[in-house]
Design a protein around this ligand. Structure first.
Ligand code: ATP
Ligand code: MG
Length: 379
């Protein structure tokens, strides 16, 4: 939307959000959250992604002020906020189970937070209308929540959060109870909305596709810790460890455990049925030298080419799945099972014998012991 047509309820002065040595312990043993540092730029859209129980909601609740950290500090625009109550932090939240007030009309739901803060009626009306237009719910301001579809209710919940133009907007799986089609639509809407409002946004999902498509940067979490904080592209192309490599991307990256000899310019990777010279260029960075160590080779399904004549690894097709525009080809080899993505026209069937060719430049290497990438990406 061109700026001159943008609704005039004001832009948020989104502020930098910084978590500093933030720890939350619910019981003895490993903390539920342990974040050394997370620095989110003003106006940035950052997604926390990770499996169930990895600490996403707990992190959000600490940012909001609903949960006290056991240790550490949180800064909004450089100001420490841990000692401030929820009301005194300029933060708004939409959670998975957003509850609208059922007895209030849409307009009353939207203006509720403003009214509580003593914003005069005339200004409330202007803002309600502007937010409702932006969310395209201006035709339903007099309805009650039960007279709205799931997607419309979702938009009211979002409207209620952004109407105060918070510094920090927290969204914890706000799309998870929508059907797939509406979810795809709301995903794009939400990103547009966030750009218009400008508030620093932390979004939680356990859907890696949602994280990839929506975010400026993604923080991948596991067991309370951040595994990698990077742009979607860098996370996809240069995963920092085996967990991130396996979590982001669908179907997931193929892994082959083996050994690497040599280094400093390249190595020879060996696994059952496979011997491959991997140069620095082949793995998109500088391979850290080491002799005969245990490594895991990673290659994404779209980088496994299939060839009837020759290639890196002999394989047999076990299953072929047609996924609309492409096919997922499941393969068995001496080095283990692999998945390749091919175009939908590829003529393949179970039992076919062929060769996998790993696209040079796309091979990734991980230390099997530390699970960390053993390639330094070239700047
Ligand atoms: N109030 C609580 N008391 C005790 N343990 C808790 C409490 N809240 C969360 N936990 C624990 O802290 C860990 C992190 O929980 P959290 O809700 O932050 O996970 P999550 O990443 O949001 O997961 P999900 O994707 O399932 O929503 C879990 O092991 C959970 O059992
Ligand atoms: Mg959660």
């Amino acid at each position: 939307m061109p700026a001159e047509h943008a609704p005039s309820f004001g832009r948020s002065n989104g502020s930098e959000l910084r978590l500093d040595r933030l720890v939350k312990r619910f019981s003895r043993g490993e903390p539920a959250v342990q974040i050394d540092e997370l620095r989110i730029r003003a106006g940035e859209f950052v997604t926390l992604v990770g499996p169930s129980g990895c600490g996403k909601t707990t992190t959000m609740r600490m940012i909001a002020g609903l949960e006290d950290p056991s240790e550490g500090e949180i800064y909004f625009g450089g100001k420490p906020v841990v000692d401030l109550s929820v009301q005194r932090r300029n933060v708004a939240m939409v959670f998975q189970n957003y509850a609208l007030y059922p007895h209030m009309r849409v307009s009353e739901n939207l203006e509720y937070g403003l009214k509580k803060r003593g914003v005069p009626r005339a200004e409330r009306e202007v803002r309600v209308l502007a937010v409702a237009r932006m969310l395209r719910i201006d035709g339903m301001l007099d309805r009650r929540p039960r007279q709205l579809s799931g997607g419309e209710q979702q938009r009211v919940a979002l409207g209620r959060a952004i109407i105060r133009t918070p510094e920090v907007l927290l969204l914890d799986e706000p799309l998870s109870n929508l059907d797939a089609k509406l979810r795809t639509f709301m995903r794009a809407e939400l990103v547009k909305l966030q750009r218009q409002v400008g508030c620093t946004t932390v979004f939680v999902t356990h859907d890696q596709l949602e994280a990839m498509t929506m975010s400026d940067r993604i923080a991948v979490m596991r067991s309370g810790r951040i595994q990698q904080f990077d742009t979607p592209q860098d996370i996809y192309n240069h995963p920092a460890n085996l967990f991130v490599a396996g979590f982001i991307g669908s179907p997931p990256m193929n892994f082959i455990a083996g050994t690497a000899e040599g280094g400093g310019g390249g190595c020879t990777f060996r696994a059952q049925g496979l011997q491959l010279h991997v140069s620095d260029a082949d793995c998109g960075g500088r391979l850290r030298p080491g002799d005969g160590r245990q490594v895991t080779l990673g290659i994404r399904p779209e980088h496994v080419g299939l060839d009837g004549g020759s290639g890196d690894l002999a394989a047999v097709v076990s299953v072929v799945e047609l996924i609309g525009a492409e096919k997922y080809v499941f393969l068995e080899s001496e080095a283990g099972e692999l998945i390749a993505r091919t175009n939908a026209d590829a003529r393949l069937q179970p039992g076919d014998r062929l060769f996998c060719r790993f696209q040079r430049g796309k091979i990734r290497m991980f230390d099997s012991t530390t699970e960390r990438a053993c390639v330094e990406p070239l700047a």
